[in-house]
Structure formats: structure tokens, C-alpha cells
Ligand binder design. Structure first.
Ligand SMILES: NC(=O)c1ccc[n+]([C@@H]2O[C@H](COP(=O)([O-])OP(=O)(O)OC[C@H]3O[C@@H](n4cnc5c(N)ncnc54)[C@H](O)[C@@H]3O)[C@@H](O)[C@H]2O)c1
Length: 401
């Protein structure tokens, strides 16, 4: 069996690494730099070991390509391309459309198309299937299924094998083949009654996180106004053995999923006349946290940040990864610069970002911790400036949310 995986980023390369044990995998990516790197056996994704890629390359079971014709004889095609928001914060399916074009124009026989990219309910039925039929001029009766990706990059305890996987085909045969594919490298598969349920479940999982993060971020502001510790209060609430799940406050949410996916759900809800006010407000609360953080820092520093040197500690969107997509650090920096602060940042995991380099962890007047990677020592952060504001709750002795 030959599997073509469209998109070799966090999701697609992770699937390539697991599938390469059992299938002949072609990793298609339209970024030639990534293709060259992968063919040299170098992984660019945390959690995917280069040694695994090298083993599959040596065994003749993996190669990367930017040439569409190399997916021609695939039996299964997995779509794992970005699903961002457009500039007016609406679902942007242009990458999905491009992937459909690659599939439609190159396949030479009936294939099973599985979408792993996160999108709104109805995407596989009403968007991907018609698009592939359009680009292939309806030559093949393909099979279509959805199996949303739940990978959490950088996480050690849950991976493709032990994270239960939802799936549903547009037809029973599509479901059966999807089950056979994933059961090789995933221990628990959960079939749902329609692709729309699987697509909606994925969006709801991330919306659940977004809303709860917004709630705890709002609560952090309430706790501060009341003069109590948000952390102590959360720990106290968390002693209840049922009906409570602890989320922790932060400078906002980042990454490709939590700030984006709920908007896919809100957009499709509103299209169907169901207002998504709660989801929309949660998004706003999380976006507003960056301003709240900067307000607190300014208030502690005589009200003005003009001309002050401020070091942001950690610009990745979460600890121990180099991913800066939608990072809350970006908005924090924007607010600081608007107030005249001279901002630099320290993050050796990220290294280079927005044309700037990671600065030393020292010598600032003010440090603001947005993300704390495990190997950055709390004491070094405390020593980096006379005033340290910590949004992570991981730097004892610093000012906290
Ligand atoms: N990263 C995560 O943690 C995560 C988790 C669950 C779901 N998802 C979802 O999975 C999807 C992919 O996300 P990701 O994090 O892997 O993105 P990514 O940006 O890491 O990778 C996407 C890859 O696709 C390539 N690409 C873009 N357009 C292409 C095209 N037309 N043809 C071939 N390759 C193309 C890019 O070059 C890139 O290498 C998104 O829908 C995302 O929401 C991501």
C-alpha cells in the first residue's frame, strides 16, 4: 500500500513517521526546502526523530517530494495542510483547495482521501469531495473520510499510538478502509456516525480549551482586583475531586489550534443562524490578556514604560517547542512598543523570529515571562531584571498575574 501525505508539517510529518513502519509513504510538500531536508533524513518537527525518518528512507519506505505526479499511484491520500483564518478572521480553505488540486490533477485510480486538517463540519462532504471531483474531472469514484488530528506537539505521554482517534467515512467502505489504515499505528479507533460529527468534535475539543482558558484569564483579573492569589484559589478549587478541571492563566493563547479552531465553529454556527456569542467573547478575552499584562507591568513601574528596556522571556506559544504561530508574545510586544518600551526577547528554542535574534537573558530593566521552557532556570529569569512579571506561574519570587 502506498500512502501520500499532503503537507509535511507538524501533523503530516508525524503521520509519515508512524505510517512509515507499515506503508510506503510519499510526503508531498510544496516547500522545496522542507522536501530537501526530509530527503536528507532531517526532521524539522519536535517529536519526530530524524533517526526514524532515516530508517524509513533506508528501507525505501519514505521519501518527500514537491512533485504532484509522485502521488499518482497512491492508494490512500491524507490531507494535512494549514487551515488558518483569513485577514478578516474567517475560515481560509485555500490550502485545502490547493491540496485538492494536487490530488485531483495527479491521481490515476480510485483512492481513499482522508482529511486530517481541522475544519468546520461539512468540509469533507461539501468542499473536499466536490473540489477533487472538479480537478480530476470526475474520473474516479474516490472514497472520502475524516479523521481529525489530535497531536499535541512536544508532548511525551500521548502520541499517535495511544491517543484515541475519531473517524468517519462518507460511505461504509470509506470507514472500513480508514479503520484499516489507522489501526496499524493507533491502538484505539472511535467510529462516529458521520464525518460532520468527527469534524465538529475536533472543533469542540479546542473550543472547550479556549473557553476555559478565557474563563481562568478573566478570573485572574478578578482575583487580582480582590487582592487574592489566583493560583492559590485555583489550587483550592482543584481539591474538589469531581466537577472541576484546572486551567491556568496566561498572557493569552497561541498555536495553530486554540486561537483559530473555535472561529471555524463560530463561523459555521452563524452561517446556520446559531449565534456563537460565548465562543466569540472567549476569543476576545484571551486576545485582551496581552493588554492587561502590559497594563499591570506599567502600573507597577510608575505608569509609564517609555524608554524602558523590557525583555520578553519565551516567545514560543508554549513551553519546549519552537512554534511561534499566533503566540501571545506578539501582542504583548506590540502593546509594549506602543507605549514606547524598548523591547527585546529571549528564547533560545526559537532562536530567530520576525527578523530578530534571541537576546541574552540579562541586563533588562523589566522582564516579562510569556513562556517558560523547562531548561530556562527560574533564578536566571529573576536575575535578568530588577522587576520580573511572570504570566506563567512558574517563577517563584516574580510578580504574578
Ligand atoms: N500542529 C498541531 O498541533 C495540530 C494539531 C491538530 C490539528 N492540526 C491541524 O492540522 C493541519 C495542519 O497543521 P500543521 O500544524 O501540520 O501545519 P504546518 O504549518 O506545520 O504544516 C503544513 C505543511 O503543509 C505544507 N503545505 C501548505 N500548502 C500545501 C499544499 N498545497 N500542498 C502541499 N503542502 C502544503 C506547508 O509547507 C507545511 O509544511 C491544520 O488544519 C491544523 O489546524 C494541527
Amino acid at each position: 500500500m502506498k500512502v501520500a501525505i499532503i503537507g509535511q508539517g507538524y501533523v503530516g510529518l508525524t503521520i509519515s513517521a508512524f505510517a512509515g513502519e507499515f506503508f510506503s509513504v510519499v510526503g508531498f510538500d510544496n516547500n522545496p526546502h522542507i522536501v530537501d531536508q526530509l530527503n536528507n533524513g532531517v526532521s524539522h518537527i519536535e517529536g519526530v526523530e530524524s533517526s526514524v525518518l532515516q530508517a524509513w528512507i533506508k528501507a525505501g519506505r519514505f521519501h518527500a517530494t514537491a512533485k504532484g505526479e509522485e502521488i499518482a499511484d497512491a492508494d490512500i491520500v491524507v490531507i494535512a495542510v494549514p487551515t488558518p483564518l483569513s485577514s478578516d478572521r474567517k475560515p481560509d480553505l485555500t490550502f485545502i483547495d490547493a491540496a485538492c488540486r494536487t490530488i485531483g490533477e495527479n491521481i490515476k485510480k480510485q483512492v481513499l482521501v482522508i482529511n486530517e486538517s481541522t475544519s468546520f463540519p461539512g468540509t469533507i462532504r461539501n468542499y473536499i469531495k466536490p473540489a477533487i471531483e472538479k480537478y480530476s474531472a470526475g474520473k474516479f469514484e474516490n472514497l472520502y473520510a475524516i479523521s481529525p488530528e489530535r497531536v499535541d506537539p512536544g508532548r511525551g505521554d500521548y502520541n499517535q499510538r495511544n491517543t484515541p482517534r475519531l473517524y468517519a467515512g462518507l460511505t461504509p467502505e470509506a470507514s472500513r478502509q480508514t479503520h484499516d489504515f489507522y489501526s496499524k499505528f493507533c491502538d484505539k479507533l472511535v467510529e462516529v456516525s458521520s464525518p460532520e460529527v468527527a469534524e465538529a468534535a475536533k472543533l469542540f475539543e479546542n473550543t472547550f480549551r479556549q473557553v476555559n482558558i478565557a474563563l481562568v484569564n478573566e478570573f485572574a483579573q478578578i482575583a487580582n482586583a480582590l487582592g487574592i492569589s489566583v493560583y492559590e484559589t485555583l489550587d483550592a478549587a482543584n481539591t474538589k475531586p469531581y466537577g472541576f478541571m484546572k486551567f491556568t492563566p496566561s498572557a493569552g493563547v497561541g498555536g495553530h489550534c486554540i486561537p483559530v479552531d473555535p472561529t471555524y465553529l463560530a463561523a459555521v454556527a452563524e452561517e446556520h443562524g446559531a449565534p456563537a456569542t460565548f465562543i466569540r467573547r472567549a476569543n476576545e478575552v484571551n486576545l485582551e490578556m496581552s493588554k492587561y499584562v502590559v497594563d499591570r507591568v506599567a502600573a507597577d513601574n510608575g505608569g509609564s514604560l517609555a524608554g524602558k528596556s523590557v525583555l520578553i522571556v519565551g516567545v514560543a506559544y508554549k513551553p519546549n517547542v519552537a512554534d511561534v504561530r499566533e503566540t501571545a508574545a506578539e501582542l504583548v510586544i506590540e502593546h509594549l512598543r506602543q507605549r514606547g518600551a524598548v523591547v527585546s526577547w529571549h528564547d533560545d528554542v526559537v532562536g530567530n523570529w520576525n527578523g530578530e535574534k534571541s537576546a541574552p537573558l540579562s541586563g533588562a530593566e523589566i522582564s516579562v515571562v510569556v513562556t517558560k521552557h523547562d531548561d530556562v532556570k527560574a533564578q536566571d529569569i529573576l536575575d535578568s531584571a530588577p522587576y520580573v512579571f511572570d504570566t506563567t506561574g512558574k517563577v517563584p519570587g516574580a510578580k504574578r498575574l
